[in-house]
Design a protein around this ligand. Structure first.
Ligand SMILES: Cc1cc2nc3c(=O)[nH]c(=O)nc-3n(C[C@H](O)[C@H](O)[C@H](O)COP(=O)(O)OP(=O)(O)OC[C@H]3O[C@@H](n4cnc5c(N)ncnc54)[C@H](O)[C@@H]3O)c2cc1C
Length: 438
């Protein structure tokens, strides 16, 4: 009899698993249960949709035909409970679904602020398409907004509101933007980019309360008692994995659902993938969380293969990478580049990885030339991480060298020398390295 796979979530984790299952087993029954009424779309793309740069239809990673080709049964509903002993899930409304293998890929959700006034109408977040539509709709009447938080999402909301003609005051609790990932100079470049675009950036400024009248936002109060009038308050202080279902079912959880090297949870036949899965890195052995689209795809693919076939495939952590835009500058972040904590975030932000702030003994070298700012974390024999801002010509070579853990001993001392032509060294080394691979 065909094996029945039930996948909870309709994001890249679940869809990559569905593709892997279908590739391995043409006869399998694959049921995907997703609570989002808009189906499968690109969440990273929401930033560009919010900023009026792409239409909504461009957010679809698959055409309807491609999705149909996977022969999935898609149910638009919320899973209310999992019964691992009975191999059954229950949907809101009471319908039960039995499974042979279950995947939990429920993603993560924005952490709400707890300041007084947080429940007023006009306090917004950016988790999904409905949130993006809501911000766009509210922007039509809004004149001013306050954005609080850190990481990529805060800036995406800042830029989105700004694109709709809303004046933005952006609050940071500390001296600079995203201090556990970016260098001081990079933070300042981003902040200056925002200021140049007309955003008012407030360092050392804490949101103490949200003010309102008749249930609607009218302004905010900062930690030092300053009041700023506004119509909207956007909160991006990090995300937390949606582990409630797994916890209620008795699965082992820490920050996320704890999974082994094969992405299997503590319950038999139950797997987890995507933002919600807390797996150990096969390189460092440490458990890491990532809120990255591509990581969700790799985890989903591995979990799907293991649900459908034997022998089991171990999950291989890639080097976490994001290509994004910060303060108007194209920015690529790869591997370990920072350390410490960012007090503007209570959890990882969207498009973020624990690994980025796990910088060890590497030496940092930086250069700025021809419209590109490049910072490298150089180990004894390896490049451990890189940030490329502005011109992206070096982004791909660095990505390849870091991902392949290429032996860069021959270039390392040159990179660390005073006044080194870092960009030329990397480019030349990468070309030779590529030739040797052929
Ligand atoms: C605004 C924004 C910007 C981002 N920017 C970047 C970026 O620049 N780079 C990057 O790599 N990543 C980025 N991300 C993160 C990336 O989109 C996520 O890491 C990725 O989508 C995670 O995939 P997932 O499958 O784990 O979960 P998700 O894509 O979150 O999907 C989970 C799904 O599960 C559903 N669900 C939850 N609970 C239930 C339930 N009980 N029953 C049924 N369904 C349920 C949800 O409705 C959701 O559809 C961004 C995300 C957002 C929102």
């Amino acid at each position: 009899m065909a094996r029945r796979h039930v996948l909870i979530g309709l994001g890249p984790g679940a869809i990559a698993a569905a593709e892997a299952i279908r590739g391995a087993d043409a006869a399998a029954e694959i049921v995907v249960v997703g609570a989002d009424p808009h189906g499968y779309y690109s969440r990273p793309g929401l930033a560009y949709y919010l900023a009026n740069e792409v239409p909504e239809k461009w957010l679809r990673p698959f055409t309807a035909g491609e999705l149909a080709g996977l022969r999935l049964t898609i149910i638009n509903a919320r899973v209310a409970a999992i019964d691992p002993g009975g191999h059954r899930v229950t949907l809101d409304g009471g319908r039960a679904l039995e499974y042979d293998r279950l995947l939990i890929a429920t993603g993560s959700t924005a952490i709400p602020t707890r300041v007084p006034g947080a429940d007023l109408d006009g306090v917004v977040k950016l988790d999904d398409l409905d949130d993006a539509r809501d911000i766009i709709r509210r922007s039509r009447d809004a004149k001013a907004a306050v954005v609080v938080g850190g990481g990529i999402t805060a800036l995406e909301i800042v830029e989105g509101l700004h694109a709709h003609g809303v004046h933005v005051d952006y609050f940071m609790r500390q001296d600079r933007y995203w201090r556990n990932v970016l260098s001081e100079t990079e933070s300042h470049v981003v902040e200056q980019g925002l200021r140049d675009g007309g955003v008012t950036v407030h360092n050392f400024t804490e949101l103490a309360g949200i003010l309102g009248r008749d249930g609607r936002v009218t302004g905010v109060e900062t930690g030092d008692g300053t009041r700023i009038p506004c119509d909207l308050v956007a909160v991006a202080i990090g995300v937390r994995p949606r582990i409630e279902l797994a916890q209620a079912a008795g699965l082992d959880c820490a920050r996320g659902i704890l999974v082994d090297d094969y992405l299997q949870s503590s319950a038999e036949d139950v797997y987890a993938a995507g933002d919600v899965a807390e797996a150990a890195s096969h390189v460092t052995g440490r458990r890491t969380m990532e809120v990255l689209w591509n990581s969700a795809v790799v985890k989903g693919r591995t979990a799907g293969l293991n649900m459908a076939t034997e022998p089991l495939h171990a999950y291989e952590t890639g080097v976490p990478l994001n290509v994004t835009r910060l303060g108007g500058l194209h920015t690529t972040i790869i591997g370990t580049v920072g350390s410490g904590k960012d007090s503007d975030l209570e959890g990882l932000s969207r498009g973020d990885s624990d690994t980025w702030s796990e910088l060890g003994e590497a030496v940092i070298v930086e250069t700025e030339a021809a419209g590109a700012r490049v910072r490298l974390a150089v180990g004894e024999r390896s490049l451990d991480g890189a940030v490329v801002m502005g011109d992206q010509a070096l982004s791909f070579p660095l990505q390849e060298l870091i991902e392949a853990r290429a032996d860069v001993a021959a270039m390392a001392s040159g990179l660390k020398a005073t006044g080194a032509a870092i960009a030329d060294l990397v480019e030349g080394f990468w070309r030779e390295w590529k030739e040797q691979l052929v």
